[in-house]
Design a protein around this ligand. Structure first.
Ligand code: RTP
Ligand code: MG
Length: 143
């Protein structure tokens, strides 16, 4: 198995619900380690830049207003197959379609306010990690 890194964001709805610890616990139980983290209230410019790939989509404006509506918790997760493992923990984009026991099934209310973000591929993970963290902010695991 490949050791990968992925970018995870606990979105404003889940931060407001005070379930950051519960979501971290799921990462840990799945064997993913947090190697960098910070809490940020994103500016409009930061949110627009992060979701630039969706710029032309009809939901872009709502997505940016939601992502700037309160603080988010941003972390880099590392572990075996981290990208797909985190996507599996998250569940489907629409929480109504998310499998039971996934983060979105348990903590999200709608497709617009869906609790978490996770990179969708190794390439996008590298880009998204670099968007929020410098290399020297990524900690080496000691075991
Ligand atoms: P994310 O990027 O946040 O991890 O979510 P995702 O990969 O599961 O979904 P993506 O297609 O990348 O969409 C990004 C976010 O935009 C909102 N969205 N709304 N109303 C809609 O049809 C719609 N589609 C997407 C969601 O909040 C989604 O997380
Ligand atoms: Mg996505």
């Amino acid at each position: 198995m490949a050791i990968e890194r992925t970018l995870s964001i606990i979105k404003p709805d889940a931060v407001a619900k005070n379930v950051v610890g519960e979501i971290y616990s799921r990462f840990e139980k799945a064997g993913l380690s947090v190697i960098a983290a910070r809490m940020v209230h994103l500016s409009q410019q930061q949110a627009e830049g992060f979701y630039a790939e969706h710029k032309e989509r009809p939901f872009f404006g709502d997505l940016v207003s939601f992502m700037t509506s309160g603080p988010v918790m941003i972390q880099v997760l590392e572990g075996d197959n981290a990208v797909i493992k985190n996507r599996d923990l998250m569940g489907a984009t629409n929480p109504k379609e998310a499998a039971a026991g996934t983060i979105r099934a348990d903590f999200a209310q709608s497709i617009d306010e869906n609790a978490v973000h996770g990179s969708d591929a190794v390439e996008s993970a590298a880009r998204e990690i670099a968007y929020f963290f410098t290399d020297d902010q990524l900690c080496k695991r000691t075991r």
